[in-house]
Design a protein around this ligand. Sequence first.
Ligand code: GDP
Length: 552
Amino acid sequence: MNLDDTIVAIATPPGRGGIGVVRLAGPEARAIAKPMLRLNRELEPNRAQHCDLMDPCGAGAPTRETADPASAHVGTAAPGRPAEQSSGPTPPNAGPSPNREAAPFVSPAPGPPPRPVLAWWGGGPKRWEGEMEITSPGGTPPRIDEVVVTYFAHPHSYTTDDIVEISAHGSPVVLRHIVELALAQGARLAEPGEFTMRAFLNGRLDLTQAEAVRDLIDAQTLFQAKVAAQQMEGALSNRLKPIKQKLVDLIALLEAGIDFAEDDVSVAQDPTILDRIAQVKGPLVQLAATFTYGKIVHQGLTLAIVGRPNVGKSSLFNCLVERERAIVTAQPGTTRDLVSETVAIGGIPVELVDTAGIRRVPENAEAESIGIKKSIEALADADLVLVVLDQSQPRNEEDEHLLRQVKSRSAIVVENKSDLLSSCGDGRLARPSRAEPGRVSPAEPNSPPRIPTSALTGEGIPALREAILRHVAGDQTTQTESGFLTSVRHQKLVTDALVSLDAATNAVAARVPHEMLLLDLYGALRPLDEITGATTTDDILNLIFSTFCIGK
Ligand code: GDP
């Protein structure tokens, strides 16, 4: 990937919208942008300028020669224009338009000779033969749009390159045309994530910050966005920095002991080394533990609602998603397929999955048995399971079987239809309530909490939400610390570092020479460097940035 190219891409999402932004980054960004713009004054860093976007393929447009002082050379090829054409007759009506300041565009200046690039007047954006031309009064090139152009000068820009952002109306046709014009002027189409990759390669962001840019864009909830924003500020890198420093100090101490052994430099004693390894390991173990929560924050979780038919699974599902999403009927076995909906619980996206009732079915009930198979799969895949029971019915073998299945899983037992227990409709108790709606029953050790609910009256639903939230939020202490592991990549590298630190601890115990011990310590340092991208192979970088969208 050439960092000296000027790259271009539409930076806003595909489709129509109020505005759309095309971003150009690289040394030629201004020179490439200018010919398509009718600027009133020179582009100034960090200042937006309102101007017209012209169609330079139409008559009367300036070339890059006339638009940019740096490339104004008489008789050379205008970029995008074959040499023999550019030195030939000027296109009719070419030259500065009335409302354009001539000076910045025509003053000749020495500079690198323009390179031959794609056809400009005759080429550029493909057109059907016979496409009509709009002619403007006075022969000025036709206006395509009104745009706002912002220029960020090197090195004070997102990528540290010169950047020009053209905010046009969000018409895909116009945005594509701007990109095509830029390509015709010598820009290259940006690869996915290339702007952020440049920011990383140019040292403006470390790798965790670059990854956080992607996470921020992909965030489904505001909470996820805030976590990504923290990471973008360097929360994880800042947490890693002192850990890494301690490791580097220890390595330096041991290296000095080896290098200057003859000079009476005191060699570190084993207890000191062990203590200093422990000082690195402790915070790293804590950091590794943040992944359980970080993964949930990053990916969200899946919650499967299971139970036998007619216990009220779909009704509960609808209560939790707060709309009539799943069909509720009194007839057992009506839910055949999985119904899912994602809701934000405590800022975490939770995919709720309503499943078909699990029960023994006759062999000819093919559709229902396929549904049951899917339910069992959903149960196996879920991060959290709600096992729904009908409180008004005695538990049967199917209920017991499900309860056994979730024994060692993250699960909540929902005792639904509590309204049928508490009254006969005239206020009298029908039979002693096993559990009051909304009150979480104290669970036996290691067994899931039990929550009585009524999907019909809504009683107990807030308590159920709270129980889900408790599961989602996890350990409160993890949340209060900023900078946690959110990606499998980070988690794997921290684990690798811990493995090497364990090996180093064992090496000290085995009294191996310090040269050997150092290998383990370097083995721990390498993955920590890889997290921030201080040392990362091109393959890994390409893999990471290929998950970005184009234009970011
Ligand atoms: P599913 O088959 O488990 O998904 O159960 P549904 O949600 O389709 O509900 C089955 C029947 O039970 C429907 O007639 C619901 O109106 C009824 N139902 C669901 N929840 C409750 C509840 O809490 N109390 C009462 N009385 N009826 C309920």
